[in-house]
Design a protein around this ligand. Structure first.
Ligand SMILES: NC(=O)c1ccc[n+]([C@@H]2O[C@H](COP(=O)([O-])OP(=O)(O)OC[C@H]3O[C@@H](n4cnc5c(N)ncnc54)[C@H](OP(=O)(O)O)[C@@H]3O)[C@@H](O)[C@H]2O)c1
Length: 339
């Protein structure tokens, strides 16, 4: 089977938005670096509640304006869109602030702490006629588009089973173990959850077991999901050991296999059935590697703003809500309490 080429948006074909960044930490650093190197987007301002942090970030990326309050940033006339890159328990308030000021928002994952918050945020954005998008960057990576085309072509039949994992020893990453700031399931598990949701939709049943720490944080989770179509998905998420971040979609007629880690711009292969079925690969030859891949979602966001869209066609509001519902149910099954 021939693999289709990914349908990528030409960065020069989309509006050059003037971005404001809230919460200039680790991921904002990756965002700014790739946006300035690999897109036509501009960064107009950055805000941190620690003034020196905003100042240093602005200096490092030649950003003309730095401010020490989120209110000051969203009020600026030279900002079109706001990237919300602070901790998950602050995403909702920061995004609502930006929407109230008339700015479109790209909100880091995990989008909000609850389904209710996400619903409120999306309704508010829609009411104001503004794009609100979860920064589920993996959906915009080239290999995901190749996989989507393979599935849409029907040549492999229906997807039946997804196997994936996201295991990284993140014991040294403080934010992941702080109540309200994520937890391995919400922070990392949201990637396999989003992959399963993209391919199979919303599950009919969810089971999960794992390791829950004394303070209620989930450290490791194995989940088993079933779907009305008869399909199944299973994934393991661990914040205490490393594994290769693999993802496989087994279909009626064959297999789609992602290169590892499936969450970076890597590769995707397709094969028929059987031990000896040769796998054909599409491999990312672009110099855009690792977190530089964040740029694909940013270019897509600008494209959607230019087209007047209020939600992403690749991860709709309903998709984000469905993923949060799955995460919430897994936490319930585990008896965990990460927020
Ligand atoms: N897409 C990806 O691949 C990816 C990778 C890593 C993280 N993320 C997501 O990006 C978001 C930020 O993660 P990060 O690693 O960049 O975080 P980080 O570097 O630890 O901090 C980012 C910002 O969060 C606020 N913050 C940090 N520690 C805080 C604390 N103890 N209390 C209150 N606020 C605090 C600060 O905002 P102010 O400066 O404004 O105070 C800080 O600038 C999270 O939602 C995370 O899940 C995404």
């Amino acid at each position: 089977m021939n693999l289709p080429a990914p349908r990528l948006i030409d960065p020069s074909s989309v509006p050059s938005l003037r971005w404001g960044i809230l919460g200039p930490g680790a991921i904002a650093e990756s965002f700014a670096t790739t946006v300035l190197a690999n897109s036509t987007q501009r960064i107009a301002a950055v805000a941190s509640r620690t003034p020196a942090k905003a100042q240093a970030f602005a200096a490092a990326h030649s950003i003309p304006t730095h401010v020490s309050s989120y209110e000051a940033l969203v009020a600026r006339d030279d900002v079109d869109a706001v990237y919300i890159a602070n901790q998950p328990n602050d995403h909702f308030a920061a995004a609502m602030l930006a929407l109230d000021a008339g700015k479109a928002v790209l909100v880091e994952k995990p989008f909000t702490q609850s389904v209710d918050e996400a619903q409120t945020l999306f309704a508010h954005a829609r009411q104001r006629g503004l794009l609100a998008m979860e920064a589920m960057w993996t959906r915009y990576l080239p290999q995901m588009d190749v996989a989507r085309q393979l599935l849409e072509s029907g040549a492999l039949g229906e997807p039946r089973l997804i196997l994936s994992d996201f295991c990284q020893d993140n014991r040294a990453v403080a934010r992941m173990w702080r109540k309200g700031h994520g937890s391995p399931l919400w922070d990392m598990g949201i990637y396999p959850i989003a992959l399963c949701q993209m391919v199979l939709g919303e599950p009919a049943s969810i089971e999960a077991r794992g390791i829950v720490l004394d303070d209620g944080m989930d450290a490791e989770t194995t989940a088993y999901l079933t779907y009305d179509s008869g399909a199944r998905a299973t994934f393991t998420v661990s914040g205490v050991v490393d594994a290769p971040h693999h993802a496989t979609i087994a279909t009626e007629e064959g297999v789609i296999e992602f290169g590892t880690p499936f969450v970076f711009p890597t590769s995707v292969g397709v094969a028929g059935k059987g031990f000896d079925a040769p796998m054909q690969w599409w491999t990312n030859e672009s110099p855009i590697r690792r977190h530089a891949g964040l740029v694909y979602q940013v270019t897509a966001f600008a494209d959607y703003v230019g087209r007047g869209l209020l939600e992403s066609p690749l991860q709709s509001h309903a998709d984000s809500l469905a993923c949060l519902r799955v995460a919430t149910e897994i936490v319930r099954c585990l008896g965990a309490d990460p927020y």
